[in-house]
Design a binder for this molecule. Structure first.
Ligand code: PXL
Length: 279
């Protein structure tokens, strides 16, 4: 069975990061190994959250895993929380990134043109170094602009988006996938750049109005699961886009509209079926 190391926080309430990555990877028939950067009472979008770093705990985890000689088919990083946690990831990579390990970095740092609470320019620079080691990075437009030190323009042209993707690949990663990329009015999805072939491709679906927390984490988790199962980047992106849209539509049927997160539990059976694990 393929094994993925998922490095991000555990937010107890408000489904995101590990509480999405672990069940999604399991549903895809992939073993998920969570390494918690921090524990929060809720994600940071909910006022009054309680936060505890796992900084003192994780070096011991890494030591034991080294002794066990664990191998990961993919390492997937999401929301990290602090510069020290980015350094921890670097340490994990030094020890566990092999030539047959796929590294997917979702540089979860911000949205809507703003960094998340507690993040600053130095945090962005640390993430830049992490992105340089990745096979694939999955930023949204806010993160892509931060990483490339470019002004944020929600309505930037396709040419600008392509330029930003090329510049981000210049950090050192082979492939860059811009999430939430809109190529025409009323559509959204991803725009991807592969620096090896110097090619772009996109997946686009009709926009579902509203804000749904957790969709970025859902997308990256499905993408990583699909890649580790051997799908091509294009197939993996198509699956992740379709699944996220399906889940948003399902959430929209529910009155509370995902202000704290999406109802992915109700669409996991679809994912299990699609990857062929429903026998
Ligand atoms: O990737 C989203 C996310 C993950 N983890 C925490 C967050 C957020 C977004 O707000 O606050 C703790």
């Amino acid at each position: 069975m393929k094994r993925v190391l998922s490095i991000q926080d555990l937010s107890c309430f408000g489904k995101c990061s590990q509480t999405i990555a672990v069940p999604v990877l399991s549903a895809m028939g992939v073993e998920a190994v969570p390494l918690l950067t921090s524990v929060l009472s809720t994600h940071t979008g909910i006022p009054g959250y309680h936060f505890q770093t796992m900084r003192g705990f994780n070096p011991g985890v890494i030591e034991q895993w080294k002794d066990l000689g664990l191998h990961f088919d993919a390492i997937y990083t999401g929301y990290l929380g602090s510069r020290e946690d980015v350094n921890l990831v670097e340490d994990v990579l030094d020890n566990f990134l092999t030539k047959d390990t796929i590294l997917v970095v979702d540089p979860a740092m911000g949205d809507d043109g703003r960094l998340y609470p507690g993040f600053d320019e130095e945090y962005v620079r640390e993430n830049e170094a992490l992105c340089a080691r990745a096979d694939l990075i999955v930023p949204n437009l806010t993160e892509l602009c931060s990483l490339t030190r470019s002004p944020y323009d929600e309505h930037c042209s396709l040419d600008t988006q392509k330029n930003l993707l090329r510049r981000a690949a210049g950090l050192g990663c082979r492939q860059v996938m811009l999430t939430g990329a809109s190529l025409s009015e009323g559509m959204t999805g991803v725009l991807t750049y592969d620096s090896k072939s110097d090619e772009f491709f996109s997946c686009q679906n009709a926009v579902v109005p509203g804000t749904y927390i957790g969709t970025g984490d859902l997308f990256s988790s499905v993408l990583t699961g699909a890649l580790v199962r051997g799908m091509s980047l294009r197939e993996a992106a198509d699956l992740a886009c379709t699944y996220v849209r399906k889940t948003i539509l399902k959430t929209a049927e529910d009155g509370d509209n995902g202000w704290y997160s999406i109802n992915f539990e109700e669409t996991l059976s679809w994912l299990i079926r699609v990857v062929g694990l429903d026998d």
